[in-house]
Write a protein that binds this ligand. Structure first.
Ligand code: URP
Ligand code: ZN
Ligand code: ZN
Ligand code: ZN
Length: 470
């Protein structure tokens, strides 16, 4: 591979902000300095006036994931290409342990998908739906030998993926001893199930009832319960897609007490609120994700928590299902729940819009600093999930995963100009300032303006180190 030099960019990490050149060789950053003297054979990329950021790390995506009868509409290929255009160079997606598929087989299957399709680097968490001696042994093996140090468990969706408190506690206790971490989907599944039954019995079938049957108070309850289980297990715990201030308050309280509790929120909770559920229209199926959109007060609390490190990072929970049945041949998408909101597949796309929306709505709006932005989208996820310092920063020896970002370029977000398979984005028509211009993956230019230069299957599996430390 030819050597490259990125000249005169404003290099921003979670802690630095200076103008310099970056020399890249063999996929890594090998030198950083002012007016670096290199030979004529070195390819020059001019970054004057641009920000040079570490590639985004999105540790919550669902490419080609199946939930019930529905499969997300992005393949590994389309989803990772879309991620790249949004400035993300590493994802941590999910392998799925389910009936007849062990934890280790789940990893093997997920890795095969990644090897065929990934356009950026990737790792996996395992969704664990059953805990027995074999599963516990496999989890330990996965941490030590497979580079999988985090496991998602669901406190919601009884009858499909939900596990009980004892299972969560057992898993926490084991992984906590071996450098792993449990990530929890914290909602009270049995209460939600009851509320759904009652709503449907009253003839309430529209998408808005998805939100009304998943109360914030029960996200708070489950979050509190998850923290107590982690304390008892003496293990770190991570809350995915935290949305409600009723949940946040327990995270804040635990962290103040020194308990290793971590949490992410997602752009949809930062930019949309429950006023979206204002009619019985089926078009609101686009806002069906779990947890649902919350109050304006919750939204305000999430922004504050991002600034004060009560929330550590922003992931997308990219879980796209099309609004139009049959789009690109995909079936059982959002219209699958036209007559019953509980059948609408849960999830929204977001992997391509994370960095631009958070830059515009966070940094430009004065809610978070530029360094904090980099920490939230790249450095913190890398540290928490065992990817740092290979990923998540700009430093000598780190992978040359880099985003050249124009902080002053205005653009309008639209599903039509995005690169994934989903036929909608919640951000349709939103004007933002700050745009990804070029993306390098281990030194290879994969995005150059509108041009896709990456290669399907060239993303590499990243074996992760321990999770849950800093
Ligand atoms: O609605 C969501 N979040 N769907 C994806 C699955 C999950 O719970 O993260
Ligand atoms: Zn092995
Ligand atoms: Zn979840
Ligand atoms: Zn998810």
């Amino acid at each position: 591979m030819t050597r490259k030099i990125i000249r005169n960019g404003r290099i921003v990490t979670a802690v630095d902000d200076y103008t310099a050149d970056l020399l890249i060789d063999d996929g890594c950053i090998v030198a950083i300095g002012r007016a670096l003297d290199v030979g004529a054979d070195v390819e020059v990329i001019d970054a004057a006036g641009m920000l040079v950021l570490p590639g985004g790390v999105d540790c919550h995506t669902h490419m080609d994931n199946t939930f019930g009868d529905s499969t997300t509409c992005d393949s590994f290929e389309s989803g990772t290409r879309s991620a790249a255009f949004g400035g993300t160079t590493t994802i941590v997606d999910f392998a799925f342990q389910r009936k007849g598929v062990s934890v280790l087989e789940a990893i093997e299957r997920a890795r095969a998908k990644g090897a065929d399709g990934a356009c950026i680097d990737y790792g996996f968490h395992v969704i664990v739906t059953g805990v027995d001696d074999q599963a516990l042994a496999d989890m330990q093996h996965a941490i030590r030998h497979e580079g999988v140090s985090s496991f998602k468990m669901f406190m919601a969706y009884p009858g499909s993926v939900m596990v009980d408190d004892a299972a969560i506690f057992q898993a926490m206790r084991m992984v906590g001893q071996h450098g792993g971490m449990i990530a929890l989907h914290a909602e009270n599944g049995t209460i939600i199930e009851l509320l759904i039954k009652e709503a449907l019995a009253q003839g309430h079938t529209a998408p808005k009832y998805h939100a009304l049957t998943r109360p914030a108070i029960m996200e708070g309850e489950a979050t509190h319960r998850g923290i107590k289980l982690a304390e008892l297990a003496d293990a770190p715990v991570y809350f995915v897609h935290l949305s409600a201030r009723e949940a946040l308050k327990h995270v804040v309280e635990a962290r103040d007490m020194g308990v290793p509790v971590f949490a992410e929120t997602c752009p949809h909770y930062l930019f949309f609120d429950d006023s979206a559920y204002d009619s019985e229209d089926f078009d609101l199926a686009r806002y069906v994700m779990s947890p649902p959109l919350r109050s304006k007060e919750s939204q305000q609390a999430l922004w504050t928590a991002l600034r004060t490190d009560d929330l550590q990072l922003v992931s997308t929970d990219h879980c796209p299902f099309c609004m139009k049945e049959g789009h690109l041949g995909r079936v059982n998408q959002k219209p699958y729940g036209r007559n019953d909101f509980s059948k609408i597949p849960n999830g929204v796309p977001g992997v391509e819009t994370r960095m631009a929306t958070l830059y515009d709505g966070g940094v430009r709006a004065g809610r978070i600093s530029l360094n904090r932005f980099v920490e939230l989208v790249s450095t913190a996820p890398s540290k928490l999930f065992g990817l740092f310092p290979q990923k998540g920063t700009i430093a000598v020896g780190s992978d040359a995963d880099l985003v050249i970002f124009d902080p002053d370029a205005p653009h309008v977000i639209s599903a039509k100009t995005q690169h994934g398979n989903c036929d909608f984005t919640l951000f349709e028509g939103r004007g933002v300032t700050g745009q990804v211009k070029k993306v390098l993956l281990r030194g290879e230019l994969i995005v150059d303006g509108d041009r896709w230069l990456g290669k399907t299957g060239s993303g590499r599996y990243v074996a992760r180190g321990e999770s849950g430390g800093w």
